[in-house]
Design a protein around this ligand. Structure first.
Ligand SMILES: [Cu+2]
Length: 315
C-alpha cells in the first residue's frame, strides 16, 4: 500500500508540477521531494550516530575503511599488492618509452637499425609478466574463495530492490518486512547522518553474526552494495542472489544501489545498523509485536542459537 501511495504522490507531484509550469512557467518541481516519506519512526534501537570515519565516504582518495574480514583482505590486496605493482609497471613502461623516444630519435640515428629479434629480451618480457600474474593470482583466488565460501549463517535477511527504495524481510524472525526510504536532507541532519545515505528504517543486525543476504528485485535490476563490508550483489527480478557479511564493530554503515535502475537510482541508499545482541533481540521483539507476530517456540530457539553462535564457545 505504501508503494501505491508513494507512486501516486510521485505521479500527482509531477502532474501538479506540470500544471504549475504550464500556468506560471515555474521550474519543474524536483520529484524527489514528492516521493520521500516523512513518517519517520520515533525510535529505533537508538539510531546509533554515524561515525564519519566508518561506513560512509569521507572525501579522501582511498577506499572506505573495511569493517569485515573479507573487506580487510580485499583492502590489503588492492592497496598493498595490486596498486604498488600497477604503479611499478606503469613507471617502468614510462621510463622505457621515454628512453626509446630519446635514444632512438631520427636526428641521432641517421641510419636506421635493422635489429628485429633479441631472444633474451623476448624471454624476459614474457616470463616477467607471467610471474607478476602468478603473484597476483594467489591472493586473488584466495579472496574469491573466501568470499564465496561463507561460514554458516546466523541470520538471513532478504533485500528486495524497488524503484526506488529497498525493502527488507527477516524470514528467520517471523517474516516481518519493512521499506527503507531515503531521508530528506533535513531529516538526515537531525540524525547526524550524511546526506543521501540514511533511510527512515535501517537494516538492523547483531554484531559478530554471520548475516546471509538474499537479494532480489521487484521491477528492474538493482544492486545491494555496502563498500565498507566489501559487499556488492546484483538484485535481479525473478531470481535470488546471495551474499554475506560479518561485522565485528557496532555502528552504522551506509551503501547505495549500484546498478543503474532508473531516474532515482542515486536515491535508494542502504543503511545498516550493527547493534549488540540484546538491542537486536529488543528490536526484533518490537518489530514482531508491530506486525502481530507471535514469536513461536522454534523461533525463540533460533534466536538462542544466534546468540550462542555470536557469543562463541563459553570461556
Ligand atoms: Cu536501484
Amino acid at each position: 500500500m505504501r508503494w501505491h501511495l508513494r507512486h501516486f504522490s510521485y505521479l500527482s507531484g509531477l502532474a501538479l508540477a506540470g500544471a504549475a509550469r504550464a500556468q506560471t512557467d515555474a521550474p519543474l518541481a524536483a520529484p524527489i521531494e514528492a516521493v520521500t516519506v516523512t513518517e519517520l519512526p520515533a525510535s529505533g534501537p537508538s539510531y546509533v550516530a554515524p561515525d564519519a570515519l566508518f561506513g560512509q565516504p569521507n572525501g579522501g582518495w582511498n577506499m572506505q575503511t573495511p569493517v569485515t574480514d573479507i573487506g580487510k583482505e580485499a583492502y590489503s590486496l588492492t592497496n598493498y599488492i595490486m596498486n604498488p605493482m600497477m604503479a611499478a609497471v606503469a613507471v617502468l613502461v614510462l621510463i622505457l618509452l621515454a628512453w626509446v623516444v630519446f635514444r632512438y630519435r631520427a636526428a641521432a640515428n641517421p641510419v636506421a637499425s635493422k635489429t628485429s629479434h633479441n631472444t633474451t629480451i623476448e624471454v624476459v618480457w614474457t616470463v616477467v609478466p607471467v610471474l607478476l600474474l602468478a603473484v597476483i593470482a594467489v591472493p586473488s583466488f584466495r579472496l574469491l574463495a573466501n568470499q564465496y565460501d561463507p561460514p554458516k549463517a546466523d541470520i538471513t535477511i532478504k533485500a528486495i530492490g524497488h524503484q526506488w527504495y529497498w525493502e527488507y524481510e527477516y524470514p528467520d524472525q517471523g517474516g516481518f518486512s519493512f521499506d527503507a526510504v531515503m531521508l530528506t536532507d533535513e531529516e538526515s541532519a537531525a540524525r547526524g547522518s550524511p546526506k543521501l545515505l540514511d533511510t527512515d528504517n535501517r537494516v538492523v543486525v547483531p554484531v559478530g553474526a554471520t548475516v546471509k543476504v538474499l537479494t532480489t528485485a521487484s521491477d528492474v535490476m538493482h544492486s545491494f552494495a555496502i563498500p565498507s563490508f566489501w559487499v556488492k550483489m546484483d538484485a535481479v527480478p525473478g531470481r535470488i542472489n546471495e551474499t554475506w557479511f560479518k561485522v565485528d564493530r557496532p555502528g552504522v554503515y551506509f551503501g547505495q544501489c549500484s546498478e543503474l535502475c532508473g531516474t532515482k537510482h542515486a536515491f535508494m541508499p542502504i543503511a545498516v545498523e550493527v547493534v549488540s545482541k540484546a538491542e537486536f533481540a529488543a528490536w526484533v521483539a518490537a518489530k514482531q509485536s508491530e506486525n502481530g507476530i507471535e514469536p513461536p517456540a522454534a523461533e525463540t530457539a533460533a534466536t538462542t542459537a544466534v546468540e550462542a553462535a555470536v557469543e562463541g564457545p563459553a570461556a
